[in-house]
Design a protein around this ligand. Structure first.
Ligand code: GDP
Ligand code: MG
Length: 588
């Protein structure tokens, strides 16, 4: 009798049961063999690829190793490298950023209405997420949603679409907090800036003062020896717009933006919505290749065939090349903004990858994605996964954020560098957390609280946010993290938030806040951090918690209650009580 010729096809982790089937042996028999190799496994255990290959070889099997689904996906999606000869220049994609009311929307509208590519169909300008502007034979693509929040939210989703940023600063107001945020967000992304000093028509406008202020934030005008083009404009009168567009074109030329138009398209979903008449529609910004009607596409876990392409002018077109935003019809479900968008050769492939991705998403949701945390920084430094400890710092006053930024940067040593991406004053916002997520950073708060939306995102995306009351502790923690000696003993768990809506004076007890629990819950045994205008005023235990006249142990969100604080009477209407407990962290 000829010996059994065993065969196994291994393309990734494989279940013990499945491998036993392939080898034609009993699961128990395989488990024994695995134990012999020092691997403890049960029937439903996933064996990693390496172990599976070793044990299969032990059985004398002929092993065929195949690329895993992920690897095949990578190969299918990435396709061949673009040769240098295939590259052609492409229009820049621009995001407008700046402080509120400095004129971002006005400037965008003004540019759009006067410079939009004239279509023969003469369609009306539609907001599809981006618009194409034509200026002296140059095309420029502007993203419709201004602001560094939208910009960083895209980055946090893994999509880098912006090539350059226009920073709008009002000449009558100067550099403001969100101007600084915008600068830091653009820098963290490595996106160059062109500055538009807006509202020069306003009496009392001081464009030169703006330039001086920008210098203090490392943005130096080219006529002062720096490398940033600064253009005075007025969105109201249209003055300076030509110079601004010229500066954008020049800056774009320096970047030598190129893509191969001659291949199946790849892009990013920049907007997706459910249209009453047309069903799900999404705007795709093509990054490379040319998108055509009839193409089979895959966007995240949604796939289909391109039924029609429409421009920002509402005009139907047959194809769209690099940097061009188009509205795509043919979706049967809504993709997410920030998802990648790729063209594949057949629908079967698209379905396989979509299924595999959906499965991975389910698994990842169980495990949680992995952000950088201070606790594991050193391990990742040793594994050479990271070199920089990126920080976003928020503090109660400007002086302390500066002091912190300087002291922490000084902790850099030859192996690890502390990079402060952004410092600011006030509570930790959603945008701060998003910046940290997009840049693999840790958020450090000194004497400030965490806004509830920011907390939700930090929890969901596993962004490490740490708040402190003592500067020395921050320095000590960061220093220890750099040396791999960090041993946090307690971790703060935020339970909820309550807003103070009334103050009651109770004899012998003092001030009691008549509160409304806006989210989470309040526990009698918890601690409170009292926030006023984002700054921490007091921190300490709860002295009393009442519903009407009764003492209670817990009050849930959506209910009113009276909260008294131990040794603290200066509660004011409008204060926010952040309720938290401290839990011991088990050493891992
Ligand atoms: P955004 O918050 O940055 O989008 O600012 P908006 O575009 O909404 O503009 C804020 C206000 O400033 C509006 O009342 C605009 O009309 C006004 N504004 C914008 N640009 C100019 C300008 O160049 N000159 C003057 N005088 N007012 C402007
Ligand atoms: Mg606006």
């Amino acid at each position: 009798m000829p010996p059994v010729q065993r065969r196994a096809i291994i393309s990734g982790p494989i279940m013990v049961k499945e491998l036993a089937d392939q080898l034609g042996v009993k699961s128990n028999e395989l488990i024994k063999r695995l134990i012999g190799l020092g691997v403890m496994a049960t029937v439903n255990h996933d064996l990693d690829r390496e172990t599976a290959v070793i044990v299969a070889t032990e059985y004398g099997a002929e092993v065929e190793e195949r690329a895993s689904v992920e690897e095949r996906e990578e190969i299918l999606i990435q396709g061949a490298e673009d040769s240098p000869e295939s590259l052609q220049s492409r229009p820049p994609v621009v995001t407008v950023m700046g402080h509120v009311d400095h004129g971002k929307t006005s400037l965008l509208d003004r540019i759009r209405s006067s410079r939009v590519t004239q279509s023969e169909a003469g369609g009306i300008t539609q907001h599809i997420g981006a618009s194409v502007i034509s200026w002296h034979d140059h095309e420029i693509v502007f993203l419709d949603t201004p602001g560094h929040e939208a910009f960083t939210a895209m980055r946090a989703r893994g999509a880098q679409v912006t090539d350059l940023a226009v920073l709008v600063v009002a000449a009558d107001d100067g550099v403001m907090p969100q101007t600084i945020e915008a600068i830091n967000h653009a820098k963290a992304a490595g996106v160059p800036m062109v500055v538009a000093v807006n509202k020069i028509d306003v009496e009392g406008a001081q464009p030169d003062r703006v330039k001086t202020e920008l210098t203090q934030h490392g943005v130096v005008s080219d006529d002062w020896g720096g490398d940033t083009m600064v253009v005075p404009v007025s969105a109201r009168t249209g003055e300076g717009l030509d110079q601004l567009l010229e500066a954008i074109v020049l800056q774009a030329q320096l970047l030598e933006l190129q893509a191969n138009p001659d291949r199946p398209a790849q892009g990013v979903i920049i907007e997706a919505k459910l249209d009453k008449g047309r069903g799900p529609v999404a705007t795709v910004l093509v990054k490379r290749g040319t998108l055509k009607v009839g193409d089979v596409f895959l966007a995240g876990t949604v796939f289909g065939r391109v039924r029609a392409l429409l421009t920002d002018q509402g005009e139907r077109i047959a194809e769209a090349g690099p940097s061009i935003p188009v509205e795509v019809l043919g979706f049967n479900q809504l993709p997410d903004a920030g998802d990648d968008f790729v063209i594949l050769t057949d629908e079967r492939q698209a379905k396989d990858i979509a299924d595999a991705r959906a499965e991975r998403t389910r698994r990842a949701a169980d495990e949680g994605t992995r952000g950088v945390s201070l606790d594991e920084f050193y391990q990742r430094l040793k594994d050479e996964e990271v070199r920089d400890l990126n920080l976003v710092i928020k503090a109660d006053v400007h002086g302390s954020s500066e002091a912190l930024s300087q002291s922490l940067s000084k902790l850099s040593h030859s192996e690890a560098r502390v990079r402060v991406l952004h410092t600011g004053v006030g509570s930790i916002t959603e945008t701060d957390v998003m910046l940290a997520q997009a840049s693999g950073a840790i958020v450090i708060g000194f004497g400030v609280g965490l806004e509830s939306k920011a907390r939700q995102i930090a929890e969901r995306e596993h962004v490490d946010v740490r708040t402190y009351r003592v500067i020395y502790e921050i320095i000590e923690d960061v220093e220890r993290a750099l040396k791999g000696m960090l041993s946090p003993k307690f971790q703060e768990i935020i339970l909820g938030r309550a807003e103070v809506r009334e103050i009651f004076r109770v004899p012998r007890i003092g001030a009691v806040g008549g509160c409304y629990v806006v989210d989470g819950k309040v526990l009698r045994t918890a601690q409170v951090r009292l926030l006023r205008d984002g700054a921490v005023i007091h921190e300490g235990p709860i002295a009393s918690l009442k519903r009407f006249k009764d003492d209670v142990r817990e009050v849930a969100s959506g209910f009113e209650c009276g909260i008294g604080l131990e040794r603290f009477n200066d509660i004011k209407v409008g204060d926010v009580m952040e309720v938290f407990t401290e839990e011991e962290v088990k050493a891992s």
